[in-house]
Unconditional design. Structure first.
Length: 92
């Protein structure tokens, strides 16, 4: 069930660009809770640069919010991918 929606528009207003990874960082505690405690799933579709930035942000959230080491946070995100809880479709 969708309970919240945050939108990011990086092209609508060049003076105030909002990126997906920025919103993830702003909501890091909720993102961590959703992924780790409630078994949430994340879907990412878009450009490869954005996709890589989101991946790096998720690793940082696992490290900072989950108290994991860099290596464990990277493995946590890899496990999300392997368990099909983190999908990404990226293009250039």
């Amino acid at each position: 069930m969708l309970t919240e929606l945050h939108t990011a528009f990086s092209r609508d207003d060049p003076r105030k660009r909002v990126y997906v990874q920025d919103l993830l960082r702003e909501n890091a505690a909720a993102v961590w809770s959703t992924l780790d405690e409630r078994g949430g799933v994340i879907f990412v579709c878009g450009g490869t640069q954005m996709g890589h930035a989101i991946h790096d942000t998720l690793v940082a959230i696992a490290r900072d919010e989950g108290g994991l080491t860099d290596a464990d946070a990277t493995q946590y995100v890899a496990t999300l991918i392997e368990s099909k809880r983190y999908y990404s479709e990226l293009w250039s």
